[in-house]
Design a protein. Structure first.
Ligand code: ARG
Length: 560
């Protein structure tokens, strides 16, 4: 039941519409005063009355009943108290009926959202810098699906550029097939690093690399075959990580996919008089908008990253007719996105407003930063392995006789990496700390997973209640119920603001509320009536925690 709507329907406040009242009603942070509150400050002007008086009037006119059982006016707020037993029954009934669908909706029906995320570069290390785009993008992907959107996950592969010429040159000079096959991405990166070292001594290597790159473009058989091989090796390596992190894509159309899709865009820019010549290059002048020009073609005629992104946006609109297209990319690329969004707008694409750069901050490791060219790289797979290893050590120490320790450590360790990257507002720079993300008492996924294991153990001993009734529920129970009932709205909010951290924070909050309830209230030892209700509450908590974690790509072990 929508209590907020129920209240809004019955409040009389001057000229205000039901919707306006609905939007004003909020959940007060502390429930001592009431369960919902209507602040009257914004009404004061139009009603020409002091907020406290308005609150008094609204209170007097409000018809209390068995649903909204108490109304008070305090300091310009009208506070409403809901029949908590009813609230509890409504909420539990809904969760236990909807189960893994609880929180989902069809608000996105008929709308397609493209999400460009992870977007790895072929033959370059998949390092800690790719963690955020991968897990943020994946969470947004799952969240959109859960709320009914038709969602297209796109891995805009970095599979075009002169670096592939360098790699071929390096491979032909120093590479061995077996080594590369065995070493995968790391071996390729070692070649890349060596190329840069040697090119510093011998300039001509760069010319050779350029020639090889040209050969790829001219579809020379050997060069193309080598490039395809590098690509295959890269995708095999990153595929393992995607599997661990439960990350999926519907399209792998990368930069090279747009090789033959740029000319029409360039022609259109030309026709619309947007393309101007500058020092031999072709650019779109953005000075009026306070930005440096967007370079479309270099003086040697080569296209650029932005050219491909413009072509990609046009292609996506034509192919998917998206409602929105999100780009989950670090804030370092803010200018790039602002520039090419503006170019599309100048081209008269009214849908340019539906392109959204979901920017996020940097992740660094406590141990220090890295540099790809010099070969100082923190591989994401190493970070995951280390987390799983540490999780195993902790679990073994806490619960030596636990079965399936390895499997559980994997779920816990991987969860910790994901959660660690998602817990803060996305725009913040974060320092990743193993001890912090694996702190079982902290604001972590393992704390939440541990709470799930606690729920499981309660349910294993007590079974699921066949029927239950809410009568005079206590404050701990109510706090839990209230948080459970907020899940669907929280998800909508997370989607609207592109903030998976809301979901992560919610799980910690819900777990804390459950644990307070667990320690303060007897469950298995309670009277039959209380016991049944509390078992149902435990089941509902477990369902919601699992739903929330699965949206982040995090699993839940039965036992821990
Ligand atoms: N591969 C790029 C990088 O590593 C990210 C691509 C993001 N997506 C896009 N459409 N530009 O920086």
């Amino acid at each position: 039941m929508d209590f907020k709507g129920y209240i809004a329907e019955r409040v009389k406040a001057g000229e205000l519409t039901e919707q306006e009242i609905y939007d004003l009603i909020a959940l007060p942070p502390n429930t001592e005063m009431g369960d919902y509150a209507l602040p009257c400050f914004r009404l004061a002007k139009s009603m020409r009355k002091a907020p406290a008086l308005i609150a008094e009037d609204i209170k007097s006119a409000y018809p209390t009943d068995n649903i909204v059982c108490e109304v008070s006016a305090v300091n310009g707020y009208v506070n409403f108290r809901i029949n908590r037993d009813l609230w509890a029954e409504e909420t539990l009934g809904k969760i236990l009926a909807e189960r893994e669908k609880y929180g989902s909706s069809d608000e996105g029906q008929g709308k397609t959202v493209c999400i460009d995320y992870s977007s790895v570069n072929i033959a370059k290390p998949f390092h800690i810098g790719h963690l955020s785009t991968t897990v943020l993008g994946s969470a947004l992907y799952k969240l959109h699906k859960f709320l009914g959107y038709n969602t297209i996950g796109i891995n805009h592969l970095g599979d075009y550029g002169t670096q592939f010429g360098k790699l071929i040159s390096a491979y032909k000079r120093w590479g061995k097939k077996e080594d590369i096959e065995k070493g995968g991405l790391r071996a390729l990166n070692a070649l890349y690093v060596r190329f840069h070292e040697e090119a510093e001594k011998d300039e001509s290597l760069n010319d050779e690399a350029r020639a090889f790159f040209k050969k790829i473009e001219d579809k020379d058989e050997e060069s193309v075959a080598l490039f395809e091989w590098f690509k295959e090796l890269t995708l095999k390596d990153v595929g393992k990580i995607y599997e661990l992190l439960d990350v999926h894509f519907d399209s792998w159309a990368g930069e090279s996919f747009y090789n033959d899709k740029m000319q029409p865009v360039i022609d259109e820019l030309n026709e619309k008089g947007l393309l101007v010549e500058s020092e031999g290059a072709k650019i779109v002048d953005l000075e009026k908008y306070g930005m440096p020009p967007c370079i479309i073609l270099r003086s040697d005629g080569a296209s650029l990253y932005a050219t491909r992104d413009i072509a990609a946006a046009v292609y996506r609109k034509n192919t998917y007719d998206f409602y929105k297209c999100l780009y989950v990319v670090a804030y370092q690329q803010n200018l790039h996105f602002k520039q090419f969004f503006k170019v599309l707008e100048l081209m008269g694409k009214e849908w340019a407003k539906d392109l959204i750069h979901v920017a996020y901050g940097m992740v660094s490791l406590e141990e220090g930063s890295m540099s790809t060219r010099k070969g100082k790289v923190v591989y994401l797979s190493d970070v995951i392995d280390k987390c799983v290893e540490k999780a195993l050590a902790i679990i073994t120490e806490k619960n030596p006789s636990l079965e399936n320790k390895e499997e559980i450590a994997k779920t816990v360790g991987v969860g910790a990496v994901i959660f660690g990257a998602l817990y803060n507002n996305k725009i913040k720079d974060i320092t990743f700390s193993y001890d912090k993300v694996l702190n079982f008492e902290g604001e972590t996924s393992c704390y939440v997973q541990y709470t799930c294991a606690r729920c499981n153990s309660v349910l294993e001993k007590g079974g699921d209640a066949e029927s239950y009734e809410a009568k005079n529920i206590c404050p701990q129970e109510f706090e839990l119920i209230k948080t459970l009932s907020e899940f669907p709205d929280m998800l909508k909010d997370a989607l609207e603001k592109y903030e998976p951290c809301f979901i992560a924070r919610y799980t910690v909050d819900l777990a804390q509320k459950y644990n307070k309830f667990y320690f303060d209230c007897k469950i298995l030892g309670a009277e039959e009536k209380d016991k049944n209700f509390r078992l149902a509450l435990t089941r509902a908590t477990l369902i919601v925690l699992k739903n929330a974690l699965s949206l982040l790509g995090i699993g839940v072990p039965e036992k821990m």
